[in-house]
Structures are given as structure tokens and as C-alpha cells.
Design a protein around this ligand. Structure first.
Ligand code: FDA
Length: 305
């Protein structure tokens, strides 16, 4: 039953019609538990609250499935405004974005142009940008664009997903760029042709890539809510004398809030991924797929309106 629900929400997450409909009608149906609001001032307030608890942040300017050059340019303008708001308000925050929101499905030239505009401001303002990883179909193109931009800019990192068979090779291939990488299990529905179907294998591969990237001497963000992966990381850094300023833990806004605070109090850097914007639909559906129990919150949201 849980697997059925998971597949159902992942199927819904890719639906362009619902994505556009949801964008048009604003924050609804309990999404507010996972999304910080629709505007930059909403995001600033949330970042201030989290920074006040000594938690670092990366804000995600929500956006995916953009079809026109104009929409991609507007999304890039939104990211630039967010970078400026971070700097102007003296916030401890980075920015995350998706290349499909920058025009990846239109043309790579448009993406590069939009990203260069954002990265110029980001370097001026000293704000780090992470390119989220999307589905497998877009993985190679995302990594190619990352490599090109990384050779021009310092303030850029990306994400690798443990569920893909290719990922250990990608860790080695990217090592020459000394990349700052966020490592995750992976959130999209993928074919067994490209991704481990069993959770146990995903977890083993996750441990493998955490160790590889840390021992390669690169900055590593371990982005998970899974205590087993957090404990494994603590063990590896202890055994290999990895300094605390070479890695951080990351979790999503609204998920395992107490655990976030505990890790910070244990002396680890803890960063919270805070999505904001009106394009919340795909993000929200993937969170429901990860944990169908969260549907209860949605129903409360619907009944409450
Ligand atoms: P797993 O799913 O095995 O969950 C372990 C435990 O965590 C569960 O048993 C439960 O207790 C708790 N938990 C997990 N999800 C929960 C939820 N939604 N609600 C409540 N509890 C929950 N993916 C991707 O493909 N590309 C990307 O760029 C990113 N970026 C990203 C950034 C950050 C900061 C995080 C934390 C995650 C991502 N992800 C991502 C999502 C990631 O791939 C993955 O889908 C989720 O983190 C869930 O996997 P876990 O590692 O938490 O473990």
C-alpha cells in the first residue's frame, strides 16, 4: 500500500498540468508545513528564525518545468533578488535552484546565460549556490553544466544521488574540481535500469559515497533524515580525523526539527533547506511520496480551510 502511494505521489509530482494549476492558485492543502511562504520577505523571516537557533540555511527558489525563455529569465531574476536579500539582511544562508527552472528543457545556452548572471551576483555578495539534482534523464546535462560553471566560478556546488548506479564514478570524475557536493539518497522515480531498486543497496551506496568524498578531502554536505547515515558519518569523520569544517549535515524545513537542533547542539554544522515561492507543487508531492504518513497533515490542511 505504502509503495502504491509512493508511486502515486511521484507520478503526480511530474504532472505539468497540476504544477501550473497549483502555481496559479497559491499555497494550499498543508504545503505550508514544508514551504516557507511565497515571497522573499516570507523567506527572510523564516531564515532569521532558523539563524536565531544557530541553524544555517539554504533557500530554494522553487521552480521546475519551465517552458519559455521568459519564464526562465524571471526565475533567474527571482534567484538574484533572493541572493541580494540574503546579503542585505546579513543572513547565514545559501541558495539552491533547479536547472529546469533556468531553462534546461529549452536550451543549455539559456541555462548557462541565466546561471552566469546569478553567479556573478553570488560571488560579489559571497553567497554560495547549489544546483539541485533532478531526475536521471537530466543528470548528465546537469553535471556537464556544473563542470563548465565550476571552471569559471568558486561559489557553486551540486548534488549527487546515492540511488543511481553511476554515482560512485561521478564522485571520482568530479574530484578534479574539488567540488562542494551535497550527497542525498535521491527523490525521483527511476527505472531499475539506472537506479538501485532496494533501499538496502541505496543505503550501502550512500555510505560508500560519503566516505569517498570525505576521504578525497572535499567539502561534503550529508543531506538526510536517516539516523543510521548520520551515525555512519560521525564514525568515519572520527576514524579519519576529518575536521568539522569539512562537512555539514542538512535536513529539509519542517522535517525532524528536534533532531536538527540536537545535531547543532552537538557541535555539528546543521543547514536547513528552506523552499519558498509559488511553484511548490512538485516539491510537496515528492515529500509526500517519501513519507505517505504526511498525507495526514494535508488532510488537516484541507479540512482546516
Ligand atoms: P529515508 O527516506 O530513508 O528516511 C529516513 C528517515 O527519515 C525515515 O524513516 C523518517 O523517520 C525520516 N523522514 C524521511 N523523509 C521524511 C519526510 N518527508 N517526513 C518526515 N520524516 C521523514 N533529492 C534529490 O533527488 N535531489 C536533490 O537535489 C535533493 N536535495 C535535498 C536537499 C536536502 C537538504 C535534503 C535533506 C534532501 C534532498 N533531497 C534531494 C531528497 C533526498 O534525496 C531524499 O529523498 C530525502 O532526503 C529522504 O531520504 P532520507 O535520506 O532522509 O532517508
Amino acid at each position: 500500500m505504502e509503495q502504491l502511494l509512493r508511486n502515486f505521489f511521484l507520478f503526480l509530482s511530474k504532472n505539468r498540468f497540476f504544477t501550473k494549476l497549483a502555481k496559479r492558485y497559491g499555497l494550499r492543502f498543508g504545503a505550508g508545513r514544508f514551504v516557507a511562504g511565497e515571497t522573499i520577505p516570507n523567506a527572510v523571516t523564516t531564515i532569521q528564525q532558523l539563524n536565531g537557533k544557530s541553524l544555517s540555511v539554504t533557500i530554494d527558489h522553487l521552480g521546475e518545468f519551465i517552458d519559455t525563455e521568459k519564464e526562465a529569465k524571471e526565475a533567474a531574476d527571482g534567484c538574484i533578488a533572493a541572493v541580494k536579500a540574503i546579503a542585505d539582511n546579513g543572513l547565514d544562508s545559501q541558495l539552491s535552484l533547479k536547472l529546469t527552472s533556468m531553462g534546461l528543457d529549452i536550451s543549455e545556452d539559456i541555462v548557462i546565460e541565466n546561471m552566469r548572471r546569478i553567479l556573478k551576483v553570488a560571488e560579489e555578495k559571497d553567497v554560495f549556490i547549489t544546483i539541485d539534482m533532478e531526475d536521471h534523464e537530466r543528470c548528465q546535462r546537469t553535471l556537464d553544466i556544473f563542470k563548465q560553471l565550476r571552471s569559471e566560478f568558486e561559489h557553486i556546488g551540486t548534488v549527487l544521488q546515492a540511488y543511481l548506479y553511476r554515482t560512485a564514478e561521478d564522485v571520482e570524475d568530479l574530484n578534479q574540481y574539488n567540488p562542494n557536493l551535497r550527497l542525498v539518497k535521491g527523490a525521483y522515480k527511476e527505472s531499475p535500469k539506472v537506479a538501485f531498486p532496494d533501499k538496502k543497496d541505496v543505503d550501502e551506496n550512500y555510505k560508500k559515497i560519503i566516505k569517498m568524498h570525505l576521504l578525497n578531502g572535499n567539502y561534503t554536505a550529508i543531506a538526510t533524515h536517516d539516523d543510521a547515515m548520520i551515525e555512519y558519518t560521525k564514525q568515519i569523520v572520527e576514524e579519519s580525523n576529518i575536521p568539522k569544517d569539512q562537512f555539514e549535515f542538512q535536513m529539509l524545513y519542517g522535517i525532524r526539527v528536534e533532531r536538527q537542533q540536537e545535531l547543532q547542539q552537538e557541535g555539528y554544522k546543521m543547514r536547513v533547506y528552506v523552499p519558498f515561492g509559488n511553484d511548490w507543487y512538485g516539491y510537496f508531492m515528492r515529500r509526500l511520496a517519501e513519507r505517505p504518513a504526511n498525507v495526514a497533515f494535508v488532510l488537516k490542511g484541507v479540512i482546516g480551510k
